[in-house]
Design a protein around this ligand. Structure first.
Ligand code: C2O
Ligand code: CU
Length: 479
């Protein structure tokens, strides 16, 4: 079947929110879509790779006229794309040239907490650097890197601290899928901003406790982008890197989008649809087949009714390959019988938001789970359906499997590994979670101002040998 809806509950969309900022087309010339370069390693052997990720301030020519003051990783805005190979060990130097502390959080990477994971307990102070080492061992996926200092994640990401992080593996390499970075395999970071005087951003002016948004779509840091399509098939790797916005994506002519992957990698099978909604921090990879188009045609990508990216069709060679019917084996261990079911209750809006009745406490451990055990987590959004918000729930420390939504089957495009799930108002989503590494890990709403505002908690994943291990957690007031 070709699904015709967003797999979501229309009454929960962000446009019902009082502070909703609709997208508008900005009056600026059309420009080529920026494709970030791939970060070059400092050195490598067959098994180990050394890289430097440098958080730096800069200026970026986004609009004609004044440059915008921005932050980025290894460039002035957003980041160079980092590519990891499953099985290799990475030695990453995290370097901070910003005027303030930041952290480097590997969203979607399966690594130990809390220091390598880079949540709020792993500060790098201005002018300092630190090396972390980890081995990547997970299926090919589109993950990302973003800053995560508590409670300034919203501020950091708004300035530009977000980058694509790909994981590659042999299985995904072997499939007949587009793999030519920047040609038929594109990173697409979806964000929104408001441009103030002299083309500057002003987070404080635009701040909203229910999520900061702006009217201008910023796609890979470009306004009004277009991309020249030179192949029949294009693979688009979307990341909702916005602080708050949900993207309701569809193409002109109702062109079918075939989803092949979500947060944690390939789906078991491709899923065809004409519309898809992405909520904060979610990723989705699509294959678009332009066989019905010819050189000179245009295809437009919309979010709701606003065009956000134009594809200019050029000559291309016919591509006879067909997508595999089976993409990946998704297996998640069974839940340990007698294990308790973890409860996460997301409640409220604005400053009243809570998680399990509390605000985030940096020194408080809210839940515990043993390494290697699989347990259910029930995530409940107590907002009511009309006028309530959906909360994109994210867990650090690995990927989960979605078991059910209010007891019903998950959506057809969420049968792969996920690390973020949109929980609709009035809904309980049951997930299965197993941790492969010990440590303290955050879990929270990924509307970033909800996370900063306290809709965040932390758990300790413990080993049987050291069930009470103490970590040197950072207190909030040391910021
Ligand atoms: Cu995308 Cu706590 O993170
Ligand atoms: Cu939320």
């Amino acid at each position: 079947p070709v699904y015709q809806d967003y797999f979501f509950n229309e009454t929960a969309y962000d446009y019902h929110d009082g502070g909703y900022v609709p997208l508008e087309v900005y009056d600026a010339p059309r420009v080529p879509l920026t494709i970030p370069s791939i970060l070059k390693p400092d050195r490598e052997t067959d098994t180990d790779v050394w890289l430097t990720v440098h958080a730096q301030p800069g200026e970026t020519q986004i609009l004609p006229g004044a440059k915008t003051k921005t932050w980025g990783y290894n460039q002035s805005l957003l980041g160079q794309t980092i590519v990891f190979r499953s099985g290799k060990t990475y030695h990453v130097t995290l370097k901070n040239s910003l005027p303030e502390l930041t952290t480097f959080h590997w969203h979607g990477l399966d690594v130990p907490g809390p220091f390598i994971d880079g949540g709020c307990h792993a500060p790098i102070y201005p002018g300092e650097e630190k090396e972390i080492t980890f081995t990547v061992n997970q299926p090919a996926a589109t993950t990302w890197l973003h800053a995560h200092p508590c409670p300034l994640t919203g501020w950091d990401v708004w300035h530009g601290l977000a980058a694509m992080v790909y994981v590659e593996d042999d299985h995904e390499d072997s499939l007949a899928l587009p793999h030519n970075y920047g040609v038929d395999d594109l990173p697409i970071v979806l964000q929104d901003r408001r441009f103030h005087e002299d083309n500057q951003w002003d987070y404080d002016a635009d701040y909203d406790p229910d999520g900061t948004a702006g009217p201008t779509a910023l796609i890979n840091g470009t306004v009004n982008p277009s991309f020249d399509v030179t192949t029949q098939k294009l693979r688009l790797r979307f990341l909702d890197g916005s602080n708050r916005r949900e993207w309701r994506l569809h193409l002109s002519d109702g062109l079918v989008m075939t989803q092949i992957a979500s947060d944690g990698g390939l789906l078991p099978e491709p899923v065809q649809m004409t519309k898809c909604m992405l909520t904060c921090a979610e990723r989705a990879e699509f294959i678009i087949d332009f066989s019905d188009y010819k050189a000179g045609d245009q295809v437009t990508l919309y979010s709701d009714d606003t065009p956000i990216l134009i594809f200019n069709i050029k000559d291309f060679v016919a591509d006879e390959t067909t997508l595999p019917d089976k993409l990946a084996e998704i297996s998640y261990p069974d839940v340990d019988p007698n294990a308790l079911v973890h409860q996460v209750v997301l409640a409220g809006t604005d400053e009243e938001i809570t998680i399990n009745g509390l605000k985030f406490g940096m020194m408080r451990i809210d839940d515990r789970q043993e390494i290697g055990k699989t347990e259910y987590w029930d995530i409940t959004n107590t907002n009511d359906c009309c006028g309530g918000m959906l909360h994109p729930y994210h867990m650090h420390g690995g990927s989960f499997q979605i078991v059910s939504r209010n007891g019903e089957a998950p959506y057809p495009n969420e049968l792969g590994y996920k690390d973020t799930v949109a929980v609709n108002p009035g809904e309980t989503v049951r997930i299965k979670m197993k941790f492969n590494f010990a440590g303290v890990f955050m879990y929270h709403c990924h509307i970033i101002e909800h996370e900063d505002g306290g809709m965040m908690a932390q758990m300790q994943v413990y080993t049987p040998e050291e069930p009470e291990k103490k970590y040197d957690l950072m207190a909030m007031d040391t910021l």
